[in-house]
Design a protein around this ligand. Structure first.
Ligand SMILES: Nc1ncnc2c1ncn2[C@@H]1O[C@H](COP(=O)(O)OP(=O)(O)OP(=O)(O)O)[C@@H](O)[C@H]1O
Ligand SMILES: [Mg+2]
Length: 265
């Protein structure tokens, strides 16, 4: 069981000698093999939540658990795709993707097979020996995504992973992610600014409020998706045209707009 659990999580930061509460009373369970998207205004603490699940940041109150363990540090059960793609600049595309695999108990032939599979999937053929500085931003992000997926981890933590991609690649990646999520479900925490992306990908959407960040509302998408059989459509644009999709999208938009309004007053 690889569920993620935030229990009464609080995070206080210090800025210019002043303490401020970035996150308050975060209670959230991402069930085993559930895909949860987080949306919320910039600065509400989405990345901080993800870094705590990754073990890169620690709560000042409450607990974050993955499975039965309290998270204290990063582990091979959790793969992370960062908002700013964190590739090793001195390693080639191939070696970047291979990096995490090396520490797992995977034999050389299997490692090679998996790396080739993701290089092809991400459209990186021919760039195996290129270094990150020789790639565009979107290509670097595709390497970062490949590096996470190739590990086939229990838990995927993704912070705006498609933000730097061009529109066409983004759609391909979203459709691919849905295909993977249905075929081989993983526990996923996925942060995005794109409301449509959240509705298309997620089982549930967590809408966060502005500072101090807290859970404003949790929206069940899966029940609607299954009732209306979204998965019978393979193309994202066909799903986005469905009235049930539009209804959910509008609902999330309204919640987010309320957050913006709260900031102005
Ligand atoms: N290490 C840190 N030290 C001090 N303040 C921090 C630190 N990390 C984050 N913060 C602050 O905490 C708040 C939440 O930041 P976070 O990066 O989690 O927001 P976010 O929701 O991911 O925003 P965005 O949508 O812009 O990526 C911000 O006000 C940020 O300035
Ligand atoms: Mg962020």
């Amino acid at each position: 069981m690889a569920h993620i659990q935030f229990q009464g999580v609080q995070r206080v930061f210090e800025q210019n000698g002043q303490r401020f509460v970035a996150l308050q009373d975060i209670d959230l369970v991402v069930q085993d093999r559930e895909f949860v998207a987080i949306v919320g205004p910039s600065g509400c603490g989405k990345t901080t939540c993800m870094r705590m699940a990754a073990g890169l940041e620690h709560p000042t109150g409450g607990q974050v658990r993955v499975g039965s363990e309290i998270v204290t540090r990063p582990g091979p059960d959790r793969a992370v795709v960062f908002q700013q793609f964190a590739l090793f600049p001195w390693k080639t595309v191939w070696d970047n993707i291979d990096f995490g695999l090396k520490s797992l108990d995977v034999d050389a032939a299997e490692r090679r097979r998996r790396i080739e599979q993701y290089i092809a999937l991400m459209g990186l053929n021919g760039y195996e020996h290129a270094f990150p500085h020789q790639l565009s931003g979107g290509m670097q992000q595709r390497v970062a995504i490949a590096r996470a997926y190739v590990l086939d981890p229990q838990v995927l933590l993704m912070d705006e992973p498609f933000g730097a991609l061009d529109a066409q690649t983004r759609v391909v990646m979203q459709e691919e992610l849905v295909r993977l999520a249905r075929k081989n479900p993983r526990t996923v925490l996925f942060i995005t600014h794109a409301v449509e992306e959240a509705v298309y990908l997620a089982d549930r959407i967590v809408v966060m409020s502005r500072r101090p960040g807290t859970v404003r509302e949790i929206i069940d998408v899966k029940t609607v998706r299954e009732a209306d059989d979204w998965d019978s459509h393979t193309r994202i644009e066909d799903v986005m045209d469905l009235p049930s999709f539009i209804h959910l999208r509008t609902h999330v938009w309204k919640l987010l707009r309320d957050q913006q309004g709260g900031d102005a007053h």
